[in-house]
Design a protein around this ligand. Structure first.
Ligand SMILES: Cc1cc2nc3c(=O)[nH]c(=O)nc-3n(C[C@H](O)[C@H](O)[C@H](O)COP(=O)(O)O)c2cc1C
Ligand SMILES: [Mn+2]
Length: 448
């Protein structure tokens, strides 16, 4: 358990997983280039200590660039990440509100508010501008007051204006629409530079009405300490590096994009709500954090992998009691494709599983089901199962028109995709024909 982001960075540095970059870097592309490179070579997280045009600021990037970094943040082994995550995600520990904290060391209100003084990063070649990409947004349901914590990108629009890309299929998007129905804006705080369990917890696929601060508490094994915002009725982590307080402007939308998105393509300009900033507070010598998305694998992918795998595993267990392994694949952006292995006891189990997972509502588009002897992580074994255990006319199910991610560029209409499933399992009554060829004694060979 780490007290705050700085405590975690010390731990990372001790593990050789944080690199300080002392050369000056431009927040336009150069920081993102560093994150791209470290993501591609399974490198360390990067702390940029000299940022062009932003004296006194440091920028952290690639904090979750690899699975190893996600495992370090949770304090578990990389090999057993899903197993540990499944247990940790189920624990709930309520947050604690404290009187004050380091997040309040500096406070800009009124005319002092100036987003241009923050080192916002421009990431990909065709991005329309600089974005905040890894702040946790906190908002409350206008009826129940229950909090939601999630991550949404924000485009810099002016001194005190940001877009807030929170579509209706995410909880914050719903909260904004609910407030607008009452003719109000939604108060939203964005905390940047928080202890890692808060980021990971914000990605948990928990139902509407579950406060993700409780999930983050469970992940870290201790309550998250919160402070009240200055200008809005929202609570934020007491030791956040930076907090941007604001209110959405009811009914207002701005074009947001193009932006290099997680499928590895640019999203076209979308209509996004607008946030009017009411205060900015921060620690002394603040660390601004940014995250890259784009071609898999980036931290935008690693952060979602286990949240998705966990919800798929739980759902799969309801349909097939003997689910073995679940793998959401990197080529499938850790969102669109999953391979599930099962111990099959009757013939149509796999088909039911495919239908249930396509209906899960997390953006799955392709579900492959294999038997327990296939390693879901090994694409050659999965392909072998497809090539020897599957007949396309019998074993492929295509479901037209299911709800999907807003960002898949192949879909004919926004949010609507076809889904497909492949049952690559062996028929129960006919197992002998599929017996694998084995050579006896391979494990006794010592000379190679
Ligand atoms: C780095 C990063 C950036 C993200 N950016 C966005 C975004 O701009 N818009 C969005 O809707 N979701 C974005 N997400 C995904 C949501 O934060 C995620 O689906 C979250 O679990 C939604 O929370 P909810 O279930 O409370 O709606 C991002 C995730 C990560 C890790
Ligand atoms: Mn939520």
């Amino acid at each position: 358990m780490f007290e705050d982001l700085r405590g975690y960075l010390t731990h990372l540095e001790n593990q050789g997983q944080l690199l300080r970059v002392s050369d000056e870097v431009d927040p336009k592309f150069e920081i993102a280039a560093g994150i791209r490179k470290t993501s591609d070579i399974e490198g360390p997280a990067l702390l940029f200590e000299k940022v062009k045009g932003f004296a006194g600021w440091r920028v952290l990037g690639g904090l979750f660039a690899t699975r190893r970094l996600v495992a370090l943040a949770l304090g578990v082994s990389e090999e057993k990440l899903l197993e540990h995550y499944l247990t940790l995600e189920e624990r709930r520990i309520a947050p604690e509100v404290v009187a004050s904290g380091p997040a309040k060391e500096i406070c800009w209100k009124g005319n002092d508010i100036d987003l241009y003084r923050l080192p916002l990063v421009t990431h990909s070649e065709k991005d329309v501008g600089p974005y905040v990409t890894i702040g946790i947004q906190v908002g409350k349901d206008p009826d129940t007051g229950i909090r939601n914590v999630s991550i949404h990108r924000m485009l810099l629009l002016g001194k005190d204006r940001l877009s807030l890309w929170a579509p209706a299929d995410h909880h914050l998007g719903r909260l904004i629409l609910k407030a607008e129905e009452k003719g109000r804006g939604l108060e939203v705080a964005t905390a940047i530079g928080v202890e890692p369990s808060l980021i990971i917890g914000s990605q948990a696929k928990v139902p509407y009405g579950v406060d993700e601060y409780h999930v983050a508490g469970g992940l870290r094994g201790a309550p998250v300490k919160l402070v009240r915002c200055e200008t809005i009725d929202v609570e934020v982590p007491a030791s956040a590096e930076i907090v941007i307080e604001g209110v959405t402007i009811p009914g207002e939308r701005v074009p947001d994009g193009p932006y290099g998105e997680y499928p590895g393509c640019y999203s076209e300009a979308k209509q996004a709500p607008v946030l009017k900033v009411t205060a900015i507070t921060m620690r002394k010598n603040p660390i601004y954090q940014t995250a890259l998305t784009g071609m898999p694998v980036t931290e935008n992918h690693t952060l979602i992998e286990y949240a998705n795998a966990a919800v798929i595993y739980r759902e799969a267990k309801k349909i097939v009691p003997e689910v073995c392994e679940v793998y959401v694949t990197p080529g499938g952006t850790f969102r669109h494709h999953v391979v599930v292995s099962i111990k099959k006891r009757h013939d149509d189990e796999a088909r039911n599983l495919i239908l249930a997972l396509l209906a899960l509502g997390i953006g799955l588009k392709q579900v492959i089901v294999v038997d327990e002897d296939i390693d879901v992580h090994d694409s050659t074994q999965v392909e072998w199962a497809l090539s020897t255990r599957m007949q396309p006319d019998r074993d492929i199910i295509i479901i037209p028109r299911i709800a999907c991610s807003t960002l898949d560029p192949s879909v004919p209409e926004p949010r609507t995709t076809a889904g497909w499933g492949i049952d690559a399992t062996v028929p129960v009554s006919d197992r002998e024909r599929f017996e694998k060829v084995l050579v006896p004694g391979v494990d006794k060979v010592k000379y190679v």
